[in-house]
Design a protein around this ligand. Structure first.
Ligand SMILES: [Zn+2]
Length: 428
């Protein structure tokens, strides 16, 4: 008995060591640094959307996906290309229920240069009550497409104003006209004119098809855009390198692609995504989310700013929106016996769950969380020219990326399925 037991332990140990060696071979500080250094280099000039350098970053990420052996998302390309339409209002003329609506109380989401509608135009009229969540309604309608007139209760004034002052729309499938007025629309006539110019954007996406559950997706993502070049600081540095935000998350996605592609034992399909335009409103993740049925996404690991130590020190990170699904618990279970720990987001007031690319998919019900270490109350270099690789800890980054890989094991294997995000849990 003793003999058998020790033999068994030996075998287990041998297996464990072999596993540790294999993951360390792929995810280690040196490998992390190679990717991180390229993405955050001055050559990339802060990876600003619509700059030539962000395209350079996209090509680099695509080349790493190719090297890993991922399947391209789009024919033989890893680039998921789309356009953002930059708009500028020329004129608004609106009457609703016999009264003139002021310019401040009308917002239009359309890719057309001119819109002229009335109650006979076939627009579906919807009243958005005080108790409704305006953002969820807009997201849903933009996704399904169609023409809508939304009569928006004035309690939603703040979000309405954000929608109204938006200077861009993208890949609109229909037209949405919003009127800030707590009433239904009977007779109306609305004329809207704007100028429109198309601005190209691209996500970088690679796929690792599942062995058995091909139609069930697990997503690893980060955003590769950042703020570009600004005014020089005291040291004369004008480049916002975004080493932590979010070259670090993008690096993690690439490392995870290398790791899972090497293992090649994923039962579920894994999608690796580097999003564009997070910093300018989450356009990349929104376009991405429109390319498939969100019900097929079993989990999304969005990774943002993991380059510095969390408030608990090394070997730890936090999960935003922890209480909204049981995904955090599953990840913790898979980390038992390691020296790594995940915590719930310690900065709930900052609404981080809603401030990154996970939110787009979470609104569609996907258990989608962001993993981060950023000390949001004291992260010195956040959105400054000093967010450079020298301020990051490559060893700790490697530890976090390994922890993400290990914690996702049972989900990737199709053994665990996190609970969905419910509309109720999204009320703020
Ligand atoms: Zn970010």
């Amino acid at each position: 008995m003793v003999k058998r037991c020790s033999y068994f332990i030996l075998l287990l140990l041998a297996k464990q060591t072999a596993f540790c060696q294999s993951i360390d071979k792929i995810i280690n500080a040196a490998a992390v640094e190679r990717i991180e250094r390229t993405l955050s280099s001055d050559d990339m000039r802060g990876r600003k959307t619509f700059s030539p350098e962000i395209d350079k970053a996209a090509d680099f990420i695509a080349s790493t996906f190719k090297k890993a052996g991922l399947q391209p998302v789009n024919g033989n390309s890893y680039l998921q290309e789309f356009a953002m339409l930059r708009t500028s209002v020329i004129s608004v003329n609106a009457q609703v229920n016999g009264r003139t609506v002021t310019t401040q109380n009308i917002a239009v989401l359309t890719g057309k240069e001119e819109l002229s509608i009335n109650q006979a135009s076939g627009y579906k009229m919807m009243v958005v009550h005080a108790k409704d969540t305006l953002q969820n309604i807009i997201t849903r309608l933009q996704r399904t497409g169609g023409d809508y007139l939304l009569m928006v209760d004035t309690t939603h004034r703040a979000l309405f104003e954000r929608v109204r002052s938006r200077r861009s729309v993208f890949s609109p499938k229909g037209n949405i006209v919003l009127v800030l007025a707590s009433e239904e629309a009977g007779e109306y006539s609305i004329h809207y004119k704007q100028s429109v110019s198309a601005m190209p954007l691209k996500n970088v996406v690679g796929i690792l098809p599942g062995k058995s559950k091909k139609q069930e997706y697990v997503i690893f993502s980060g955003h590769y855009d950042h703020l570009g070049v600004g005014k020089p600081n005291a040291a004369g540095d004008s480049i916002y390198n975004g080493a932590n935000d979010d070259a670090a998350g993008t690096t993690a996605v690439i490392m995870l692609a290398n790791y899972f592609a090497k293992l090649k034992n994923n039962e579920r399909t894994i999608i690796f995504a580097a999003f564009t335009a997070e910093e300018s409103g989450g356009f990349g993740s929104t376009y991405f989310s429109q390319q498939f049925n969100p019900d097929q996404v079993m989990a999304m690991f969005n990774i943002e700013m993991i380059g510095t130590e969390s408030k608990w020190g090394t070997n730890s990170a936090f999960i935003t929106g922890y209480e909204k699904t049981d995904m955090g618990k599953i990840l913790e279970k898979n980390l038992e016996g390691t020296n790594f720990k995940f915590y719930p987001d310690p900065y709930p007031d900052q609404q981080l769950f809603y401030r990154s690319d996970n939110a787009t998919l979470a609104r569609l019900g996907v258990p989608a969380h962001t993993i981060s270490t950023s000390k949001m109350d004291s992260e010195k270099y956040y959105h400054t020219q000093e967010d450079e690789i020298e301020t990051l800890d490559m060893n700790n980054m490697a530890a976090i990326i390994k922890a993400i890989a290990i914690s996702s094991t049972s989900i990737v294997a199709g053994k665990d399925t996190p609970t969905r995000v419910t509309p109720d849990s999204l009320k703020r």
